[in-house]
Every structure is written in C-alpha cells, then in structure tokens.
Design a protein around this ligand. Structure first.
Ligand SMILES: Cc1ncc(COP(=O)(O)O)c(C=O)c1O
Length: 407
C-alpha cells in the first residue's frame, strides 16, 4: 500500500473529495469538525449490514456470533491503538460528549460533594464544561491562557488545592490548535495529590498522531469516532479498569446486567456495565476499519504531512492582508483560527462556500473561550490527512475574492 506521501493515493480513498459543491471542486478544510470517510470504512459498514448483520452478545446463531466477535475485536483494536493495559478499559459510547457525561454522571456523582473543585482550562469545548456544571455544588476553576493561546501552566499549579478532585483537560484545542502538555499536567496533579483524577479530552489529538494512555498517565481519556475518519454515533471512554469497576452504572437496561429480579439487579464488570441496550454495532465496526486505515497510512506519516500542510496554509494565508490569528502556539496541529479585519467572518465563509471551500465559522462550541478572546467567533481552517496544496490555494483565492467584494 502506498504511504501518505502519495497524496493522490490517499485522496482517492475518500470518494467525497472528488465531488463538486456549488459547481466547484470541493476543498474540504473542516476536518476538525468531522473528518471525511475513506472507502474502507464505507465498505466495511456496508459489508456488515449486507452479509452478517445481527444483534450482539445475545444470539447463539452464527451471524450473531460473528457480529459479536467483530465488535469485540474492535475493542481490542482501540485498546491497542491507545496503548491501554486491557480491553476491559475500553467503553464504547456515542461520542466524546457522552463519554464525558458518563464520567460526570457516574464517577462524579459518586465521588464529588459540595465544595469540591474541578480544574478545566479556558480552551475547553462545551462537552468538557457543561457536564461538570450539572453536578450540584462543585466548583469549577478555569486555567487562563497566555497571549499565544497556550495554557498558563503556573496558574494551573497555583490552582491545585486540597479540594481539587479532578483535572479535566483538552489535549488539543479544537478552536486554537494548541497542543497541551498533558503528561506534564498529569504529573503535576498527581505529585500534588495522588488521589486527584485526570481526564484527557483527546477528540482532536487522536487524529493527528499517537495517543498513549500509559505515557500520559491519566485516569480517563475520551475521543469520538467521526473525527478519526470513522462514522458518527460511536465514541470511546478509556478508564483504568479498577476505577471503572468501582463506578456505578450510568444507564440501566439490557446487556449491562449479571442478574435481574424485581427485587434488584447485579451488574457486569466494566466495560459491559456501561454499555446498556443495543450498542452502535455497525458504527463500532466502522471505527475498527478507520483505525486500520489510519494505521496503514502510519500516524507518524500523517503528523508529518499535516505539519507540511500547516506550514503551506500559513504561507498561503500570509498573502491576505488584515487577518488576525488566534492560537499561535509553537506546539500546534493543523487548525488555524482567524478573523478578517475587513468583513464579518460569516459573510466571508459564505463567499468561500461559493468557491467550493468548506471551513467552519463561529464559536466552535467554545463560547467561553471566544468571550475570553473578546470575539464572537473565528473562521477556522483545519487539515486532515487528505488535505493538499489545491485545498489551500482554493482557500487563498476565495479569501482574495471575498476581500475584493467585501472591503
Ligand atoms: C476538543 C473537543 N472535545 C469534544 C468534542 C465533542 O465531540 P462530539 O460532538 O463528537 O461529542 C469536540 C468536537 O468538536 C472537540 O473538538
């Protein structure tokens, strides 16, 4: 199989990339929102549904056994992909949002009491803010940012207190592209108090290179399948096995039980106790195909290609005057947020759409971050493993056109 350096090969795997939009060739620069899907994922899901689909963990017949085996094989693939200690540490959820809500509802409600503190950062996605706000009486402390969009580490250190129970932090900011030093954050928190739990939101980092839960040293890590070139409807909660087994179930129903009577119920150990009801079988199997695809291309190759594309994107954008950038960390992925000084971002994005360029405009589910930055939102161009120079050229020429028309 050819590698990432053969971009033509890579792009050919994504059927949507040869589509037109508004009569123009699609330049897809919104991968941070959701990645496009390779043929291998589409084929795998279609093959499963057309040739051996059945419910899992329930049937003794052949197709049910096959489906169960495939589903559980993906659990193993995920465990291997993030270097988990055991497959029992991998819980399938609907997405990152559900994974964080699971931890908040289960671990949070069992372990947090009024006055306890959770530390998050100013660059969190709503998915890592709102679930914690739903726990009564818990105090949320927010680590501020430096001017370049990096975390104020000293402020973080000073925030740790005897009441700190959890640090819940994004690995890579979806709005700024900043890579946070999560290993250092975990070390600092655990050195302060070994009982502090750390959750890492790896929704963006999982896509751009390797994520290694052993190296990071966290207690929970979450990500979503659709950003990893997989389907929507599937996400992952990774947690240390003992912690998961000590957590009460989050939802009750079929498949998560050991024994049910009208008097009471006993529950499976993790991960089963957190997967109530029929799960997203086809989507989980699609996620497995996405992981295979990414591994075949090679995560180091993907990271190197995206770095080149980020440099090319910055060179291209430098040709347009009057763009203000947000998130200028030295350590960042291919996510570039900017605001034109000469027009409203939404008007610019509408013109870009007419030019075939798909970028996201708005608060990127980071309203508190936007408030901190003193803006309503940004235009965000984000890179995936299939991005190429043509995509960047289309963006730059679209921006030139927008500037001519709007300024
Ligand atoms: C950093 C981050 N966290 C959480 C999420 C939420 O992901 P999902 O909507 O798939 O639950 C996203 C999605 O944009 C994200 O980028």
């Amino acid at each position: 199989m050819a590698g990432i350096t053969d971009i033509g090969y890579c792009r050919e795997n994504f059927p949507i990339l040869s589509e037109e939009t508004n009569g123009q060739k699609l330049a897809y620069l919104d991968t941070a929102s959701s990645a496009q899907k390779p043929q291998a994922v589409i084929d795998k899901m279609s093959e499963m549904m057309s040739s051996y689909y059945a419910n899992i963990h329930r049937g003794l017949y052949h197709f049910s056994q096959m489906a169960t085996q495939e589903y559980e094989t993906v659990r193993g693939k995920v465990a291997d992909f993030i270097k988990a200690y055991s497959v029992n540490e991998v819980v399938f959820t609907r997405n990152t949002t559900e994974a964080i809500n699971l931890v908040a509802s289960s671990w949070g409600k069992a372990n947090l009491k009024s006055g306890d503190e959770i530390i998050i950062s100013a660059m969190e996605h709503h998915a890592n803010i709102v679930p914690w706000q739903l726990i009564d009486g818990v105090k949320i402390k927010v680590v501020p940012l430096m001017k370049d969009g990096t975390l104020d580490f000293e402020a973080f250190e000073n925030m740790l207190s005897d009441r700190t129970k959890l640090v819940s932090i994004v690995h890579v900011s979806n709005a700024l592209g900043t890579i946070n030093p999560v290993t250092k954050i975990v070390k600092k928190a655990k050195a302060f108090n070994g009982d502090i739990m750390v959750l890492v939101d790896a929704s963006q980092s999982i896509v751009h290179g390797g994520v290694d839960v052993r190296e990071i040293g966290c207690d929970f890590l979450v990500f979503t399948g659709h950003k990893l070139y997989g389907p929507t409807g599937v996400g992952v909660l990774w947690g240390r096995e003992q912690i998961l087994n000590d957590m009460p179930p989050y939802q009750g129903g079929g498949d998560m039980i050991e024994n049910v009577s009208f008097e009471g119920t006993t529950f499976k150990k993790a991960p089963g106790r957190f997967e109530a009801g029929t799960p997203a079988i086809v989507e989980v199997i699609g996620l497995g195909a996405a992981i295979d695809f990414v591994r075949t291309i090679g995560q180091d190759n993907i990271a190197a290609h995206e770095k080149n594309m980020l440099d090319a994107l910055m060179r291209g954008l430098a040709k347009i005057d009057g763009l203000k950038y947000y998130g200028q960390s030295q350590d960042k992925v291919g996510i570039v947020s900017f605001v034109p000084e000469w027009a409203h971002p939404s008007d610019v994005t509408m013109i870009l759409d007419k030019c075939g360029v798909a970028v996201r405009t708005g608060h990127h589910c980071c309203m508190p971050l936007m408030k901190t930055l003193g803006i309503d939102g940004t235009i965000r161009a984000s890179i995936g493993l299939y991005s190429n120079q043509n995509d960047i050229d289309s963006l730059v020429s679209g921006l030139k056109k927008a500037k001519e028309l709007l300024s």
